[in-house]
Design a protein around this ligand. Structure first.
Ligand code: TYD
Length: 207
């Protein structure tokens, strides 16, 4: 029998949107249904990708270098982790993917989004997430969560409020243009409510 392809779920949102605990929750939710899950993240997810992540989060660089390295890490990630997992029937839950490049490098940094459309076609023209959960909340709320971090803030977390608000708007515009795939979750509400919305969205693609 031919192996059914797995499904690809991505999590997105501004820094401090609080997606981490829900990513773990979705993995347990799927595992409880007998689904094999690979949980991963971008930038990163492979040994080379994690090295690129370290640079991307901490090293000053040209804005276009930043965008190109995001896609370079993604190319490796697709080849080493995402594609093989989906092909063997596992589901992939990924903390950020190409929507983040549009939101941060176009919305935040102001780079031309047409360039990303070309790179997207090149790197994964044939593949899009089956479901994207966009954690949405005002940056003023997210900032309070970021402020609780005890570690040093990375290059993105250190950006000003207007940067994060532009990232948020770019995410919302993408969600409006792809409302079938991208579910916007109001992340400014009690954890239990969010958990329910996330599980309902995931359940809707479990059939
Ligand atoms: P993040 O998921 O926020 O990591 P953590 O929760 O551990 O801090 O991701 C790291 C940062 O990378 C985040 O600030 C957004 C940024 N990023 C981009 O700017 N473009 C991209 O394409 C991706 C995947 C991430």
């Amino acid at each position: 029998m031919m192996q059914m392809r797995g499904k690809f779920i991505t999590f997105e949102g501004i820094d401090g949107a609080g997606k981490s605990s829900h990513i773990a929750g979705v993995c347990s939710f799927l595992a409880a249904r007998g689904i094999a899950v690979v949980s991963t993240r971008e930038p990163g997810g492979t040994p080379l990708g994690e090295k690129l992540r370290e640079l991307l989060l901490n090293e000053p660089m040209h804005l276009e270098t930043e965008a190109l390295l995001m896609f370079a890490a993604r190319r490796e990630h697709l080849d080493q982790v995402i594609e093989p997992a989906l092909a063997r029937g596992d589901w992939v839950v990924c903390d950020r993917f190409t929507d983040a490049t549009y939101a941060y490098q176009h919305g935040g940094r102001g780079l031309d989004r047409n360039k990303f459309a070309d790179l997207e076609r090149w790197v994964h023209g044939h593949l899009q997430p089956d479901l994207t959960l966009l954690f949405d909340l005002p940056f003023a709320v997210a900032r309070e969560r970021i402020a609780l971090q005890t570690r040093e803030l990375d290059r993105f977390e250190q950006e000003r409020a207007d940067f994060h608000e532009r990232v948020r708007q770019a995410y919302l515009e993408r969600a409006a243009a792809a409302s079938q795939r991208i579910h916007v979750i109001d992340a400014n509400q009690p954890l239990q409510n969010i958990k329910k919305l996330v599980e309902d969205a995931v359940a809707s693609i479990c059939k």
